[in-house]
Design a protein around this ligand. Structure first.
Ligand code: NAG
Ligand code: NAG
Length: 166
């Protein structure tokens, strides 16, 4: 969804550029040139162009991601966010692709954010407390307690969709 949205915005910016170019050309029209017609073009392109900077800085809350849901033991060690958690807490590790590799992972803006994860069995809310190094874009590694809400542990790896709730 991210790339689809971005490509739409890119097209919008391109359309706006074309309109500007057409307007420039029309400033010195040749004898056979039609007068510039498209105030309607300009009206439709402009809002898309103006929305683009807002979108690029806007929050990802509500944006849906899909990937694999797995589970791990948060109790094994201190997580990437610098916190100690138990297997009974509703916590999760965000995939490395999205978490990235900040110099200080403890300061990652993802630490402490809440997500709603939906799997085959249901949905659960969990707080991001760690990074999952072997997980790919869209994947979430959940505490066993959180995973229990979306699938049976025997399944191990299940398709999920999820969103940031804050
Ligand atoms: C995430 O949820 C927990 C538990 O409901 C809450 O205490 C915390 O403030 C939430 N985090 C954010 C960033 O809102
Ligand atoms: C997750 O948290 C949101 C916001 O607090 C709430 O509306 C929703 O019902 C919760 N979902 C689950 C599955 O607990």
């Amino acid at each position: 969804m991210v790339s689809f949205s971005n490509s739409l915005l890119f097209l919008g910016a391109g359309a706006a550029t074309i309109v500007i170019n057409a307007g420039t050309a029309a400033a010195s029209p040749g004898p056979n040139m039609e007068p510039p017609s498209p105030p309607s073009y300009r009206r439709s392109a402009q809002p898309v162009y103006q929305r683009s900077p807002q979108d690029s800085s806007s929050s990802d809350v509500g944006e849906e991601f899909t990937g694999d849901g797995t589970y791990y033991s948060p109790s094994v060690g201190t997580g990437a966010c610098g916190w100690d958690n138990t297997d009974e807490e509703f916590v999760a590790a965000l995939n490395a692709d999205q978490f990235g590799s900040p110099a200080n992972p403890n300061a990652s803006p993802f630490c402490g954010r809440n997500i709603t994860v939906t799997g085959p069995k249901g949905s659960v809310n969990a707080t991001i407390v760690d990074k999952c190094p072997v997980c790919h874009q869209g994947d979430i590694d959940l505490s066993p307690t959180a995973f229990d809400q979306i699938a049976d542990q025997a399944e191990g790896r299940v398709p999920i969709s999820w969103t940031f709730v804050d």
